[in-house]
Design a protein around this ligand. Sequence first.
Ligand code: PRP
Length: 211
Amino acid sequence: MQTIKVAMPKGRIYKKASALFREAGLPIPLDVDESRKLVIPLPGAGMEFILAKPVDVPTYVEYGVADIGIVGKDVLMEENRDVYELLDLGIARCRMSVIGLPDWQPGIQQRVATKYPNVASQYFREQGQQVEVIKLNGSIELAPLIGLADRIVDMVETGQTLRENGLVEMERIFDITSRLVANRVSYRMKNAEIQGVCDVLERVVRSSIKD
Ligand code: PRP
């Protein structure tokens, strides 16, 4: 059996993804969760984890330095990398939305702040709205509060960040979950191994949908 290189996102998706792997019977030692190592061999599972910044996961997979990866639909939509989407894991469920202050009115100068400039530009183009998109890297909710932008495009999970900052969700753009993706060449060359991982994960995903 060939080792599968897995690009795992550091941060909030990691815990949910590693729990799913364990439920699927793939032995991922618990100490991996707390480790600061970036490349972690997991011989028991026939894998090697590459711990990446979530937004970079599709890049590692497209270039084939990782065979498969776990990545949010938000990142897939924004990065538009050439990867093969194998499975909706149903974890890290949230949504991409347009957000603003409750008294927002369409103005002449419309500015939208976001971490997702491609997603936002495409959405407003499709809506026939002319907006200036401003790229930020975090704490996006600040932008309408301090007058950098009229609205933002961002992820909403619990809605707590919006509520605590007096913002409202105006439109939902799409729903987000994490996906299992594969490099197209790896999927052919390591088909048995990759399909095996996909199948055991799919069984867990299906049984958790039934619960
Ligand atoms: C994300 C997102 C929102 C928040 C939504 O930010 O950008 O700010 O989570 O979650 P909620 O609906 O449960 O409040 P993240 O914590 O990733 O940090 P960031 O501001 O640095 O992007």
